[in-house]
Design a protein around this ligand. Sequence first.
Ligand SMILES: Nc1ncnc2c1ncn2[C@@H]1O[C@H](COP(=O)(O)OP(=O)(O)O)[C@@H](O)[C@H]1O
Ligand SMILES: [Mg+2]
Length: 414
Amino acid sequence: MSQNPLVRKTLRSRFETVKLMGSGGYGNTYLLGGGIRNRHRYSLARKTLRNRFEIVKHLGSGGSGDTYLAIDLDLPGQPHCVVKHFHPKDSNPAVLPIAKKLFDREAEVLYQLGNDHDQIPRLFAHFDEDGDFYLVQEFIDGHALTQEIIPGQRLSENTVLNLLKNILEVLAFVHQHNIIHRDIKPQNLMRRYSDQKIVLIDFGSIKKIGALGAGLTIAVGTPGYMPSEQAKGKPKLCSDIYAVGMIGIQALTGLIPEQLPEDPNTGEVIWRDKAEVSDALANILDTMVRDRYNQRYQSAIEALQALNSDVALSHYSQSADINHKADDTYLLTYRNFILLLGIGLGATTSLIVIVLIYTFINTGTSLPNQPTPLKSFLEKFVEFPLTNRNSQVVKSAANRGVFQNNFTIAKTTK
Ligand SMILES: Nc1ncnc2c1ncn2[C@@H]1O[C@H](COP(=O)(O)OP(=O)(O)O)[C@@H](O)[C@H]1O
Ligand SMILES: [Mg+2]
């Protein structure tokens, strides 16, 4: 087999693999050429595996092989699927059986987990043909998180919080099965277009706790997202937590892990001054990326719990504060309104009463020379000499030129 068998190979007369993008545990990832627009530049080379899976284009390459987009000719509508071709780059004979074991394990894990969790691709087939090994899995129509976490761009705390929760939710399921993914990074996390959920791909580096041969020490992972114990070939579940934490920090700072300095004394990542983030989330991220693995959250479940409680709590207390303030303002406004209403009503009532009394006193329906009903009522019960007082009041009003009409009436009623 050549080193990269599909580079400069044209698939379906449309897609030419022009560049090796990267290598994973089993194979390589290729950049695809211009497609239809450049059709004239490429020749047709269509390969169909098992008379069923027709290769459409190259998706990528890793250490263990190449990944292709294919169509399933057997199913109605010929849906897309993903074909991984086992093709290890390392020719070291000692590495080959390990790589093959990992390739087989990827199929096993997809079969075991993919059927039970919709954020993990399902396994469709795992076979060998003409001495080559293949794995066919569900195609996730979406984009990698590399398109959302872009160097130089800082994402908001809320976006990062949701992202972390989404990643940890699916990772918690993986961890519940005692499986370490070992290659959590933006390239291996896809945002599915149909429901915007995060799908975890590339189980080509997984390790089942206690499953890989005793005494075997191989470092699998990606620098920057790989903690020290994993680099030493001794990964733990919490090695994945380190990777998730680094993704969170990368998203908040806009800096790739290699750009983040380390404290020379403690070995911890220095990043807080490069992000706008609450203490609650920053503390959780710090715990996720602790250099010493026993100081981290031990699994995705623990990290998720911390995110759901601590950050939710701080958000709650912030919103409770805001609610208190809103309540206070509301009460104050309400009190003022009631007070003003009371004053207004009181004043209006008093005015009406005064006008009524005044009108009643001065415009009785009594005959001339007879006292008004109020006057006689008061004279009878209070024995108050109203006659003189009243005429004085009216007179003084008349002197000022006011209540002219009332004066006339008063005079006639005297
Ligand atoms: N199930 C899938 N659905 C859609 N694209 C996939 C799927 N699996 C892999 N890919 C694409 O192929 C690339 C390489 O596949 P991956 O499984 O990550 O292998 P490796 O990184 O080892 O080469 C991924 O980065 C992704 O772009
Ligand atoms: Mg990958």
